[in-house]
Design a protein around this ligand. Structure first.
Ligand code: PLP
Length: 439
């Protein structure tokens, strides 16, 4: 029995994996990852794979970056954990300063405050609660959220409620907050004028329900988990105008698109729009430790400050045991510094261009429906051909030494932002050959 097979048998006996159908788990032959360096992974049998999806869209600079590892080790030697209740610490403060300095600029308020959370879903959860409480503390409670069809904002109940993906939501529907779904400007099924359709839908929803809406939440520029559905920046500019006109907040969920992934630090920059709340996670620590954050506008933060005559506390009653864990903050700080030194965002833009060129012939292949890309966020949609086509393409790429994951029938390419040219070539060559094998 190979080392992988023996670990998989032990795993099957004791472990329950996320988003996983365990009846198929062993048959799906999971990779038993042993170690990683740069863009490469090795399994316990010594096989090497190019990590074409940055683990789970996280490893901005690849695995084992010396500066991030050293920063975490130094932090561990100094301070492992400290509560953020009634206490603070340098990594938490310095990271907040760094995020505020990097915050997007444009049409909208300045983002001046950072609220920490543990992962993308919990950042979204915090943003939703902030938005609702903000409405209650600046006028009257507005209980509704506007969200886009096909959206994915995470798997906790609030985040599920503002999602628009039936597969993840149907089972929990009776438990969910009331939200108003709007047509997505990225939805190809709406035809060539999908932007116009989505805009008029958003306008009519806000006209009808605007005074009940505390926030509009969107993944800016690209709906990632929906299959990299990119859309026109004009939608974000209109969402900004409509939110402000109706006294609602605008939330950009940049958990997937943020931290350089789209070739800009934030996807918001493609539109020149600033939201009132911006969530980020995934790439923030470069994939080293779990951390996320909500960047908030000063006017939002101010609504939570108590004032004379208040009859109820304005405090944001929210936080977790590991909020702003110093190790995670140190990893994020080192990642952001290294990204700056290595011009990771500029390199992501150039890598995206290269991937775009390399994928042109792939887009024309039999079996390929569409290639969608913004910066390094790439989805290659294949036509359904039997069962689990996307999965089978990824499996065929894996046989060629490239690790990819599908979203339904969309194969995702999200390599580290600093991937070299030779590795980018290998990534696309393996995908090309994998598509040929399946079709
Ligand atoms: N928001 C967006 C846009 C995401 O893409 C994701 C995850 O893919 C999440 C939130 C949830 O993040 P996490 O899986 O870290 O909870």
């Amino acid at each position: 029995m190979s080392a992988s097979a023996s670990w998989i048998a032990r795993d099957a006996a004791a472990v329950w994996h996320p988003f996983t159908q365990h009846a198929a788990w062993t048959a799906d032959d999971p990779v038993v990852v042993d170690r990683a360096e740069g863009p490469w992974l090795w399994d316990v049998d010594g096989r090497r794979y190019l990590d074409g999806v940055s683990s789970l869209w996280t490893t901005t600079l690849g695995h084992g970056h010396p500066a991030i590892s050293a920063a975490v080790a130094a932090q561990l030697a100094k301070l492992d954990h400290a509560t953020f209740l009634g206490a603070t610490h340098a990594p938490g403060i310095e990271l907040a300063e760094a995020l505020v300095a990097l915050a997007p600029e444009g049409d909208g308020p300045e983002l001046t405050k950072v609220f920490y959370a543990g992962d993308g879903s919990s950042a979204v959860e915090a943003a939703l609660k902030i938005a609702y409480q903000h409405s209650a503390q600046t006028g009257r409670p507005r209980p509704k959220f506007v969200r886009l069809d096909h959206a994915y904002h995470g798997d906790t109940l609030g985040a599920v409620a503002v999602g628009g993906h039936d597969l993840f939501h149907e089972a929990y529907r009776p438990l969910l907050l009331e939200t108003i779904g709007v047509a997505s400007p990225g939805d190809r099924a709406l035809g060539p004028d999908r932007l116009g359709t989505a805009l008029s839908h958003l306008r009519s929803v806000m006209d009808e329900h605007g005074d009940q809406v505390c926030a509009i939440i969107v993944e800016p520029m690209v709906q990632g988990a929906a299959g990299m559905l990119d859309y026109d920046a004009e939608f974000l500019r209109a969402a900004r105008r409509l939110a402000s006109a109706h006294g609602a907040l605008l939330i950009f969920d940049e958990v997937a698109t943020g931290i350089g992934r789209t070739g800009r630090m934030w996807a918001a920059e493609h539109a020149g729009v600033v939201p009132d709340l911006l969530t980020c996670g995934k790439g923030i620590t470069g994939g080293y430790l779990p951390l996320s954050a909500v960047l908030a506008a000063e006017h939002v933060y101010e609504a939570f400050l108590s004032r004379p005559g208040d009859t109820a506390p304005r405090t944001f009653f929210h936080g977790h045991t590991y909020t702003a864990n110093p190790l995670c903050c140190a990893a994020a700080l080192a990642n952001l510094r290294a990204m700056g030194e290595e011009d990771a965002v500029g390199r992501a833009a150039r890598l995206g261009e290269r991937l775009g060129k390399l994928l042109e012939p792939v887009a024309a292949k039999d079996g390929v429906v569409e290639v969608r890309r913004l910066g390094t966020m790439t989805g290659v949609e294949v036509a359904p051909a039997g069962d689990r086509t996307g999965f089978r393409v990824c499996r065929a790429a894996r046989d060629r030494g490239v690790w990819l994951r599908p979203l339904g029938d969309t194969v995702v390419l999200m390599p580290p932002l600093t991937l070299g040219d030779d590795e980018a070539d290998l990534l696309v060559e393996a995908l090309d050959a994998a598509i040929d094998e399946v079709f």
